[in-house]
Design a protein around this ligand. Structure first.
Ligand code: CP
Ligand code: NVA
Length: 314
């Protein structure tokens, strides 16, 4: 049993978190959501705190949910576009981290290369939170397992089937968190798009401890059969525009449509981190159909961000 010593920690990759720490974050997220619906919109545990949010890529959900989360906790969050900071003119990440840590209580950052987060963290005196990198998207995966827990009433023993780009950043975080939380993760992806090796190794090690199964398959129908959730993400992630045509061609057989959801069976819900590319990785009938819990996922980003900020900063 670990003590919940999350105060002051960075949140760069979920590999650095123990299973019960992830469970704790999800539990606190659910509790923030319950209290919100009970009318407690503001729980000012971070009154007077400030959060810098640096974005090197576009964002709707992550940006807005963090900003609203900070507000509901009594903190002030400021959106900073990478280009508009001196970073855009060549000031180093290290110097930026040193300066920002003198002003703010946390740095939330969405970056092109994951190494930039590690560098921010190395020189920052305050927690650095990964708001998506080319490698991972931990806050998304935490919100998604919170949603799955809400919908299914448990996590241990569930099976999540991810269909699409095996090298996807969101999938990487789903693999690591799923393995730690006892969720079996099956991936259906072309041979050319395998998950990052280190991530897969970490997920397999965590799975050996939790009893979860991690399977990398090629056939989408085999992967989704009997699954509790079918998950997909865009085929072309931000920054991959140059290889778009190639990826779309490889991934065409991996579309999540009504036929695939029917092959999954009656238990399966449909999940997507959004934004969706309707007509590509998912059809309208699935996005808007009875399987879809994508809006709950989006909503829960708000409550999980509050849990992350409160546990790391309060
Ligand atoms: N899912 C997600 O992170 O969405 P945004 O890119 O809109 O933040
Ligand atoms: N894989 C997607 C996730 C967006 C939230 C991307 O990186 O663009």
């Amino acid at each position: 049993m670990t003590l919940y010593n999350l105060k002051g920690r960075h949140l760069i990759c979920l590999t650095e978190y123990a299973p019960d720490e992830l469970e704790r974050i999800i539990e606190v997220g659910l509790s923030f959501k319950r209290r919100f619906y009970a009318g407690e919109r503001v729980i000012p545990v971070l009154r007077g705190r400030s959060i810098a949010m640096i974005f090197e890529k576009p964002s709707t959900r992550t940006r807005v949910s963090f900003e609203v989360a900070a507000n509901q906790l009594g903190a002030h969050a400021m959106y900073l576009n990478w280009r508009d900071l001196q970073l855009g003119r060549g000031e180093t990440i290290a110097d930026t981290a040193r300066v920002l840590s003198r002003y703010v209580d946390a740095i939330v950052a969405r970056v092109k290369e994951h190494s930039k987060l590690e560098e921010l963290a190395r020189y920052s005196g305050v927690p650095v939170i990964n708001a998506l990198s080319d490698l991972s998207h931990p806050c998304q995966a935490l919100g998604d397992y919170m949603t799955l827990l809400e919908v299914k009433g448990r996590l241990r023993g569930l099976t999540l089937a991810f269909v699409g780009d095996g090298s996807d950043n969101v999938l990487h975080s789903l693999l690591v968190a799923g393995a730690k939380l006892g969720v079996n993760v099956r991936v259906a992806t072309p041979r050319q798009l395998q998950p990052n090796e280190e991530i897969l190794k970490a997920a397999r090690e965590a799975a050996a401890e939790s009893g979860a199964e991690i399977e990398i398959l090629e056939d989408p129908v085999e992967a989704v059969r009997g699954a509790d959730a079918v998950y997909t993400d865009v085929w072309v992630s931000m920054g991959q525009e140059e290889v778009a045509a190639e990826k779309i061609k490889l991934l065409r057989p991996y579309q999540v449509n009504a036929k695939l959801m029917e092959a999954a069976g009656s238990k399966a819900v449909f999940m997507h981190c959004l934004p969706a590319h309707r007509g590509q990785e998912v059809t309208d009938e699935v996005m808007d159909g009875p399987w879809s819990i994508v809006w709950d996922q989006a909503e829960n980003r708000l409550h999980i961000q509050k849990a992350i900020l409160a546990l790391l900063l309060a």
